[in-house]
Design a protein around this ligand. Structure first.
Ligand code: F0G
Length: 467
């Protein structure tokens, strides 16, 4: 059984949240087209939709806000952020962006074009969407274990070097402008990549003249897992391991809304001065001047302070332990969950929970809606809806993993809240036979459809047989 030590913080300010009745939630989810993303947040009791931008800032971050320099050009706060990134991630060139996908859009515009290919460890929807929008084809070269929810592989974010090698041989290094690797891998359930594997990926790619860019939104959580699991790293600090992860890479695209403990923002870190100039030029058009990139000066101050706090060992231990506690409660109650538990989330295997719902009726989306109705808890589908359609064929993709993701915001919820979540998921699991219908699209947006899609129960009025 996992331990749950006291959190290394106490609460200085509170934000009221409210429980609602099941009847209220049934009305709300219908009005939201059975998509929890379209609910009003005030209709949600415990919100595990995402860990992105939902973190609680510390007293030091709030006081850092007051130091924000709002100069249009050359704000002091930019240099504070630049220094924090250089110190903790080691990239000499830092370009601020309004959030992660802003950086993804810019880097994709700079590097990719029609007919190019991008290998990566699984995919993230916004990252792949920008790669595809710029004409590239994404190739998943993650280890097979990542697609197996019950595999206990300690580094399910690792790249299968044979798959990467085979792709280079098949399409040629010239057609691969970059490798795009994430630490941790969100869509696999927050699974880490080992330092050894990432270093080997960089060696292989560099031998063919291909740069490697890291999605480092949750690289601190990744570093924590390296410390626990990768031989030779147990004595190193999380800060040192973070450096080791970034060291062999050519740059990083980062959403500061995750590990960075901020509510908004992001940055691109680069080693190559020429590429940095091109990225700054694109940032100017799409984000803002290269010393604010769509953020206020105070946002950059909050991120700089958040980066420093993110590598604190007490913080990261407690953060991951809370996720693990939720996972252990579910596993012990017989709920099928992705193993090992991830850094930022616990993922329920929706296909295993609802085997009677066909994949074409989106078991993950159905389970997300059911959990909201039963417990007032909001999670997000990570399966067929999120995977979208193949841009060439127009067919629905059917990923191996069909999940309901419960992402835990940092420093926000107490153990009682987490227990409520666990009790609700366990109840849904115990009463899963009552979920008799899946969902079909009533409105399907062309890109990143999971955010704005609307659904209708496939079998009538409701997903629940008895209501
Ligand atoms: N990369 C990863 C691995 C992410 O998880 C996200 C966002 C992004 C990039 C994009 O960053 O939101 O700042 O533009 N993930 C959120 C989530 C939305 O809920 O997983 P962004």
């Amino acid at each position: 059984m996992t331990t749950y030590e006291p959190e290394p913080w106490r609460i200085k300010m509170v934000e009221p949240i409210r429980a609602t009745t099941r009847a209220h939630r049934e009305r709300a989810i219908r009005a939201a087209g059975w998509n929890p993303c379209l609910l009003r947040a005030e209709d949600v009791h415990i919100d595990l939709f995402t860990d992105s931008g939902t973190n609680a800032m510390s007293d030091r971050q709030w006081s850092a806000l007051m130091r924000g320099d709002e100069a249009y050009a050359g704000a002091r706060s930019f240099y504070v952020l630049e220094q924090a990134v250089r110190e903790h991630y080691g990239y000499p060139h830092v370009v601020p962006v309004h959030q992660g996908r802003g950086g993804e859009a810019i880097l994709s515009r700079c590097l990719l074009g029609p007919g190019t290919h991008v290998p990566g460890n699984m995919y993230f929807p916004t990252t792949r969407a920008h790669q595809e929008l710029n004409g590239a084809t994404f190739h998943d070269v993650i280890v097979d274990e990542a697609h197996d929810p019950v595999s206990e592989h300690p580094f399910k974010g690792d790249v299968d070097l044979d798959k990467l090698r085979a792709l280079v041989e098949e399409v040629g290094a010239d057609a691969i402008p970059c490798v795009s690797v994430a630490a941790t891998v969100n869509m696999a359930g927050g699974q880490p990549i080992s330092v050894g594997n990432l270093t080997a990926v960089c060696e292989l790619a560099h031998a063919h003249g291909i740069p490697v860019f890291l999605d480092a939104a949750r690289a601190v959580e990744n570093a924590w897992f390296v410390k626990q699991r990768e031989p030779g790293w147990g004595d190193k600090s999380v800060a040192e391991i973070l450096h080791a992860l970034c060291a062999p890479t050519d740059g990083a695209v980062v959403s500061a809304k995750k590990d960075g403990l901020a509510n908004i923002g992001g940055w691109v870190g680069l080693r190559d001065a020429d590429l940095a100039d091109r990225v700054r030029a694109e940032a100017l058009l799409y984000e803002g001047l290269h010393t604010y990139g769509g953020m206020a000066g105070r946002d950059m101050e909050a991120i700089a302070q958040g980066i420093a706090e993110s590598v604190d060992e007490e913080h990261i231990r407690s953060r991951v332990a809370q996720v693990e506690y939720l996972g252990a409660r579910l596993r012990n109650a017989g709920v099928p969950v992705v193993r090992p538990f991830g850094g930022h989330c616990v993922c329920v295997d929706a296909a295993a929970t609802l085997p009677h719902i066909p994949r074409g009726q989106f078991p993950g989306q159905t389970l997300a809606a059911a959990l909201y109705v039963v417990g007032g808890v909001r999670g997000v589908e990570r399966g067929g809806v999120s995977a979208g359609r193949d841009p060439r064929t127009g067919d629905n993709r059917t990923p191996a993993l069909e999940l309901l993701r419960l992402a835990v915001p940092r420093r926000v919820y107490t153990r009682c809240h987490i227990d409520h979540v666990a009790d609700s998921v366990i109840k849904v699991h115990q009463e899963r036979e009552e979920i008799t219908s899946g969902l079909v699209f009533s409105h399907e947006p062309p890109v990143l459809r999971f955010f704005q899609a609307r659904f209708a129960p496939a079998g009538g009025e409701s997903i629940f047989g008895r209501s």
